[in-house]
Unconditional design. Structure first.
Length: 314
């Protein structure tokens, strides 16, 4: 039930105990790191709340009145309980800060999280960090079910029942084998891409969701034609390199292959394939402790736009 407005706050009670213990308002003020006028004001407010004097001021210092001694006796139990509460909270914070569970979509887990982890280690060398990698649907589920304190996904829209914010933007690119007919093309159109069966990630993948939404915005009647469906970005890159067919992947995922000439990437004209990389967390639970530090690291991410055809040939 609500406390009576006559109950003093903990700081005033703690100050009263210090005055009685040290025998002087000035020494108590110094011990609490406040000025003597502030200490006097706090004691006067306490006396106003309880309705009786609690201290007698003398030339030798301050001593409790009979009422003040009684209030101090009750206050000791309150202050001791507050100290136990403070110690318990500190224990909980220490436990929280000792471990961080993260869920991240495959692109983030493979190509961004290692750098984030290095930066986080510099800040929190004693924190154990566990990463669960999966597609965006699996990351959403991990955060909703409490297996992860914070998650990172590549989906275009904010998820239901979760809070979050965009930390960076990624770009999807079309990739083909060097022997593919598009390999020597400077660009292709969305219409050409729409007529071509593609190697794709599974439907719940953030990469596939972002690509399909972008295509449908540009070509409302388009429906994806899947040549091959694989749940691993590495497997898709291998299939593309072997000439099985084209794919649309994150520029982060194919940067090395484009530079080395293992894959080629013609520019896709008239289609915006940028997508947000979004941090997510349970509704109403803004990240704290290590999760807050990881979010701060992720917010400084700069995703290079160099993993494209012009980088491969520069």
């Amino acid at each position: 039930m609500p406390l009576s407005p006559r109950v003093p706050d903990l700081a005033a009670l703690d100050l009263l105990l210090s005055v009685i213990e040290l025998g002087s308002l000035g020494r108590a003020a110094q011990a609490h790191g406040i000025s003597q006028p502030s200490a006097s004001s706090r004691i006067r407010y306490l006396e106003k709340l309880v309705g009786v004097p609690v201290l007698e001021r003398t030339t030798l210092g301050s001593r409790p009145t009979a009422a003040g001694a009684l209030i101090a006796e009750w206050a000791r139990a309150v202050i001791d309980a507050a100290a136990r509460l403070d110690a318990g909270i500190e224990t909980l914070r220490t436990q929280r800060d000792s471990h961080l569970s993260v869920a991240a979509s495959q692109t983030v887990a493979e190509y961004l999280f290692p750098k984030w982890l290095m930066a986080l280690r510099n800040r929190l060398p004693d924190t154990a960090i566990a990463l669960e990698a999966g597609n965006s649907a699996e990351v959403l589920r991990a955060v909703r079910e409490g297996r992860a304190t914070i998650g990172f996904v590549e989906i275009p829209d904010a998820p239901d029942e979760l809070d979050g914010e965009v930390v960076a933007h990624d770009h999807l690119v079309v990739v083909v084998a060097p022997t593919h007919r598009w390999a020597t093309r400077a660009s292709i159109t969305p219409a050409e891409l729409a007529r071509t069966p593609l190697i794709c990630r599974e439907p719940s993948s953030g990469t596939r969701i972002a690509f399909e939404q972008a295509m449908i915005r540009r070509l409302p009647d388009w429906r994806p034609e899947v040549l091959l469906e694989l749940s691993s970005t590495t497997a898709i890159k291998s299939a593309v390199a072997e000439g099985v067919g084209p794919a649309v992947l994150s520029s982060l995922a194919v940067r090395t292959e484009l530079i080395e000439g293992v894959l080629m990437s013609p520019t896709l004209t008239d289609l915006d394939l940028s997508r947000p990389l979004r941090a997510i967390w349970p509704h109403g639970q803004r990240p704290a402790g290590p999760a807050r530090d990881l979010l701060a690291v992720a917010q400084k991410t700069t995703v290079p736009d160099g993993a494209r055809r012009d980088s491969a040939t520069s």
